[in-house]
Write a protein that binds this ligand. Sequence first.
Ligand code: UDX
Length: 442
Amino acid sequence: MKIAIVGSGYVGLVSGVCLADFGHEVICIDKDADKIAALLQGIIPIYEPGLDELVKSNVSAGRLSFSTDLPTSIAPADVVFIAVGTPSRRGDGHADLSFVRAVAREIAGAVTGFTVVATKSTVPVGTGDEIAHIIASINPGADVAVVSNPEFLREGAAIEDFKRPDRIVIGIEDERAREVMTEVYRPLYLNQSPLQFTGRRTAELIKYAANAFLAMKITFINEVADLCEASGADVQEVARGIGLDNRIGSKFLHAGPGYGGSCFPKDTQALVKIGQDFGSPMRLVETTVSINDHRKRAMSRKVIAACSGDVRGKTIGVLGLTFKPNTDDMREAPSIDLIRGLQDRGAKVVAYDPQGMMAARELLKDVIFVENAYDAARGADAMVLVTEWNEFRSLDLERIKSTMTAPVFVDLRNVYPLQEMARHGFTYVSIGRRQPGTSLTY
Ligand code: UDX
C-alpha cells in the first residue's frame, strides 16, 4: 500500500515508521522544513526508545521517505493519515482544529483516485463529518472515504504499543474503507490484535472515553492514597487488592503526583467541552480535571511539610522532570507546579533529569540543573523523586545521604520500600504509605 502521513510529530512519525516496517511504502510529510531536513539526515526530533534504528532501517530499505511537499506526496497514496496536532485552544479548553482543517483543504486539492483519509489526530466527535464536508466542497469530484483511526500510543513505549496494540479502532461510513484499512493493518490482524470496525463518530468518542477513563482511574487511586495517609492504610496494598479483581484490573493504579503529558490533560478538558456542547455534561471527568490540577499544586505543600513546614533558604534536590520516564516531554509535567511552588516559598531548587533538561530549561526559571542524581543531592535539605526513571530505582542511598544536609527523601512515585529507607536513616515521605514507626491517632 502507498501511505502518506501528514504531520511528522510524535504520532505521525511513530505511525509512519511502524507502517513502513509492516512493508508499506510510506511518506511522512511536515510543513516544518527544518524537521524534514533533519529527518532526511537521519536525525530524529524526539526521544523515543527504538525509533532511531527503526527509521534508519526503513529508510535504507526504501520503504520510508520524508517530504515538505504535500500535494505531490499524497497524489499517489491509497491512504492519507492526518496526524497533526490538536492542542487545547487558548482560553476555553476546546481542541484546536485549525491544523486539521487546513490539512483537509490541502488534501482536497491533491487527491487522485479513490483515497482513504484517516484521522489519527485526536479530534472531537463530528470532525470526520466536517473533514468530508471540507473536501467535498473544495473538490466535489474527489473520491474520498473519511475514516477515524484513533491512536492509543504511550510515549516511551510507542513502538511496542503500535506493533502490539490491545485493539485497533476504525470508524467508517463508507464500506470501501473497510477493505483498505484491513490491508493497512494486516500484519497486526494476523498477530491477533482485534480490529474494531464501528461508526466514525463512535471511533472519535472511543479515543476520548479511553483517555478520560484512564485519567479517572489514576485520579481515583490518588484520592485513595490521600485517604490511606489519613487513615493509616497502604495504597499499594489497596491497589493490589482491587486490581486483582479482573473487572478492575491492576494497570493505571499507581498513585503519584497527578497525571501529566500531552494527552490526558488536553483530552479530559476537551471531553468536558464536548459534553457541554452536546448538552450532556461529563461530570466525573470535570471533577477529575479539577482534582488533578489541585493535586499537582498540592505536591509542593507535601515537600514543605516534610521539611518541617518551611523551605525558605533551603536547597531541594529534584530527581526527574519529565511527565513520565523514557521521554523528553515536559508538557503538563507535575514537576513544573512542584518546583514553582517550592520557589514561591523561598526554596533553591537543584534538578536532574536523564532526558528532559533541555525542555525544562525553557520552562523553569532559576533552577540549577546538574548532571546526575548525586550532584542534585549535594548539600540538599531534601530530595524529591518526581519521575520514576530506572536510574532512580537503584540509587546508592548511602552516597546520597552522606552528601545531604538533612536526610529527608520525598518519593512521589513510591519507588523505595519503606523498611529500606528507614534502615538507611531517611525521613521518608511517600504517597499513601506510612513510614514504619510513625504513630497513628485513633
Ligand atoms: C496516554 C495513554 O496511555 C495513551 O493510550 C494515549 O494515546 C496518550 O495518552 P501517555 O500520555 O504517553 O499516554 O502516558 P501514560 O503512560 O498513559 O501516562 C500518563 C500520565 O499518567 C503520566 O503523567 C503518568 O505518570 C501518569 N500515571 C500513569 C500515573 O500517575 N499512574 C499510573 O498508574 C499510570
